[in-house]
Design a protein around this ligand. Structure first.
Ligand SMILES: Cc1ncc(COP(=O)(O)O)c(C=O)c1O
Length: 393
């Protein structure tokens, strides 16, 4: 049983019924104060006899169970939990970057990583951020300077879903003193394991597919070495990051079913994406599992599957037509986030964000998250939406 398959791993990792009165799931500990049986134990509190940290902020068996299960899914060394995905990104980046550094960030990263972390926090701290074309591959090496401390990836990219050649990027940086970090939220550790491709740090918004029910905020950073774990854990503690125990419970419970849910999201999303591709109103569907997608070959080589989130570029039309289409869907909610069981849609504006690889497409763009509803019902809803779109064009 040394090499269990991942469906088995996620069913069993991070839980120990024998240590918990036989109860299958790890319990939720709500804790700030943790008391000790004696002053001698208190003075040796790093070796807490109860197997927890010495203070709630540093974690209890509730956080540790979720972190252990996450680590097992990623085949990593350790994970640190965070109160949100953005928290995981902010803390992990700030762990490895200091004033005077230069860092390389994919042009297609999650908006707040670009605007808030790079555009505000790092700028104020005199870190030079250079955005690179996500398709750069091994060419990343030409951008590395003496003071480059971090290369940050996200694959596929937010909103436009470009697949990065992660092995080529990591390979090109081998031997250099540069940390590699990736936002792996789209695939989750279930469909892509960046640590196995040599990436140093994997950050994820567990808020999405891990929790899977749109009812908790959670993030993780998962690493391959004790050195990187210590560095992030110390920084997380210093900033006072603490993932709420109820949310960690939902995260570890979500991990038990992430496989079946993701496979269904994949199936439903592909059916809808293929249907959309054939529509006259659609210029292109940005989904790496479609053979027509420019990232398809890389996706096929590196990923085990695809999730439920993809982009659509419509043929040029008025804003009123787009609004008429999106406003009156029956099943698609309008909102941020994704990864839950329900379908969502939002308008996107990649042209306002890209600098290294300017966005030149002319049509309006939208992002769909395909949930676990029957995809034929979603297609009926989309069909009615296109009727409104055509009437308002
Ligand atoms: C790709 C990606 N990364 C990170 C985040 C941030 O996660 P959270 O909302 O948990 O802070 C999001 C949220 O939408 C996301 O889409």
């Amino acid at each position: 049983m040394d090499k269990m398959r991942q469906d088995t791993v996620i069913a069993h990792a991070g839980r120990d019924p024998s240590a918990n009165h036989g109860v299958v799931n790890p319990p939720v500990y709500h804790a700030s104060t943790i008391t000790f049986p004696s002053i001698a134990d208190w003075e040796e509190r790093d070796k807490n006899p109860y197997g927890a940290a010495s203070y709630g902020r540093s974690g209890t068996p509730t956080q540790f169970a979720f972190e252990e299960a996450t680590t097992a899914l990623h085949q990593g060394h350790q994970s640190v939990s965070f109160p949100s995905g953005l928290g995981a990104i902010a803390c992990s980046v700030n762990t490895f970057v200091k004033s005077g550094d230069h860092i390389l960030v994919a042009d297609t990263v999650y908006g707040p990583m670009r605007s808030r972390i790079c555009g505000a926090i790092l700028k104020r701290n005199a870190v030079e951020v250079e955005f690179y074309d996500p398709m750069i591959g091994a060419g990343i090496k030409d951008l590395v300077r003496d003071n480059t401390s971090l290369v940050y990836m996200e694959s596929p990219g937010s909103l436009t879903f470009e697949v990065q050649d992660v092995p080529a990027i990591v390979g090109a940086l081998k031997g250099l003193d540069v940390i590699t970090m990736i936002d792996n939220t789209w695939a989750s550790g279930f469909f892509f394991k960046p640590l196995n491709h040599g990436v140093d740090i994997v950050v994820e918004a567990s808020t999405k597919y891990t929790v899977g029910h749109s009812d908790a905020m959670l993030g993780t950073a998962t690493v391959a070495t004790e050195e990187h774990y210590r560095a992030i854990k110390v920084m997380a503690n210093s900033f006072g990051y603490h993932a709420a125990p109820d949310d960690c419970y939902l995260g570890q419970r979500g991990l038990r079913t992430i496989g079946v849910r993701l496979r269904q999201h994949e199936k439903n999303a592909l059916k809808v994406a293929e249907w959309l591709s054939a529509r006259d109103e659609v210029a292109r569907v940005m989904h790496p599992a479609l053979p027509s997608d420019p990232g398809h070959e890389l996706w096929k080589r590196d990923f085990e599957g695809s999730s439920g989130l993809f982009g659509v570029e419509l043929v040029p039309a008025s804003k009123d037509a787009v609004m008429a289409m999106l406003d009156h869907y029956t099943l698609f909610g309008i909102g941020a986030s994704w990864g839950g069981y329900e379908s969502l849609v939002q308008t996107t504006y990649p042209g306002k964000l890209r600098t290294a690889h300017p966005w030149t497409s002319e049509g309006p763009t939208v992002r769909y998250h395909i949930g676990l509803e029957d995809p034929d019902d979603l297609i009926d809803d989309l069909t009615e939406g296109f009727a409104r779109y055509n009437a308002a064009r």
